[in-house]
Design a binder for this molecule. Structure first.
Ligand code: NDP
Length: 330
């Protein structure tokens, strides 16, 4: 008899009402791909929360196994790049949205989506980092590619207590940046300073409509929230600075003016992790392995098992999760 494993399946009825259940599956039921992976660890990203709660239409194929990130070991491969026993990490590529994802004991994937797990990282480490951390790294790389360095001035991080924000603070601090953390949870100040932030800014200060140009406070930024906060971050960016925009936790809109761009030469850097090419992913994962100390990863991690995934997916959408969730499978 074929081996079964647990999977979380999101289904939709004719009235488009969504349900989520844990089911038993076999590898025969997985979607096409040339590499089969035993999933050892996954995580809960904001997007996974949106998929499971149905709050935003991120699922594009029904039914769907959610989970945009996984780390594990290759079981079978028809792809010349991969062999049984290889340790791999996967982020994005529409997995968990249009292709069966990580919330299952096994996944069948395209070999070109996989990145070798850097030797210094365990499956658990890779999932503490997850898409959130890899996106934070892409944002840091974009700021560096814009020619900015810690000597130019401080960096601001918004959505600071969340996944992207937590990793972004740690990565910037490790490279010598003075980091200002913007949070709606000022009671998390000790956590944020433990990651490397030197100043905590109450999100309320940046949430009301502001002037097109404000007092210059930072030269670089990583923004996970969008909307009014991003508009105010841009308005307070120093001459020649750059802000990496990677998230929309506050909203998809951007009620800004062009003043920071045309009067201060500020750049807005767009960050996409989902379709980023392999070369960029490999650079990002190599830097993550180099720059993130194990103690920092532990400080931002909450560990759960397979059974905790659905609850945490709801909590991330409610904005109550601090740092990163890592789910370890037996
Ligand atoms: P989290 O939920 O872990 O973090 C988001 C943080 O944003 C929260 O912790 C909170 O931080 C802050 N926040 C929540 N609600 C609001 C609000 N209404 N207004 C302002 N700030 C708010 O999510 P992730 O870190 O995993 O993801 C962050 C964003 O980045 C999401 O929008 C996600 O979709 C996006 N993303 C984009 C990717 C890409 O490829 N571009 C890849 C990965 C994520 P605090 O309490 O400290 O204020």
């Amino acid at each position: 008899m074929a081996e079964t494993f647990q999977a979380i399946l999101i289904t939709r009825d004719e009235a488009k009402t969504q349900s989520v259940a844990t089911v038993a599956m076999t590898a025969d039921e997985l979607m096409p791909g040339d590499v089969e992976v035993k999933v050892e660890a996954t995580t809960v990203n904001y997007k996974d929360g949106l998929a499971i709660t149905g709050k935003s239409p991120v699922v594009r194929r029904w039914p769907m196994i959610p989970g945009v990130d996984l780390a594990g070991t290759v079981l079978r491969s028809d792809n010349p790049r991969w062999h049984p026993g290889d340790r791999v990490v996967l982020n994005g590529w529409g997995v968990g949205e249009a292709h069966y994802g990580a919330y299952a004991g096994q996944a069948r994937l395209k070999g070109e989506w996989l990145v070798p797990l850097p030797e210094r990282l365990s499956a658990r480490d890779a999932m503490v980092i997850g898409t959130a951390g890899y996106t934070a790294m892409l944002s840091v790389l974009a700021i560096e590619a814009a020619g900015l360095s810690p000597q130019d001035g401080p960096a601001v991080v918004t959505g600071a207590s969340g996944g992207v924000g937590s990793v972004a603070i740690a990565l910037l601090a490790k490279r010598g940046w003075e980091v200002l953390a913007v949070t709606g949870r000022t009671h998390e100040a000790d956590y944020l300073t433990s990651l490397g932030a030197s100043t905590i800014i109450d999100r309320a200060e940046l949430s009301a409509p502001g002037k097109p140009l404000a007092k210059e406070r930072w030269v670089a930024g990583i923004d996970a929230v969008g909307s009014q906060v991003l508009a105010n971050v841009l308005a307070a960016t120093r001459y020649g600075g750059a802000v990496a925009a990677c998230g929309l936790a506050q909203g998809m809109d951007l009620p800004a003016t062009v003043a920071p761009f045309i009067l201060r030469g500020v750049s807005l850097l767009g960050i996409d992790s989902v379709m980023a090419p392999l070369g960029k992913r490999q650079i990002a994962w190599a830097r993550l392995a180099e720059d993130l100390d194990p103690q920092i990863l532990d400080a931002m991690a909450t560990e759960i098992g397979f059974d905790g995934l659905i609850d945490k997916a709801h909590q991330i959408v409610e904005g109550t999760i601090r740092g990163r969730v890592v789910a370890m499978f037996d």
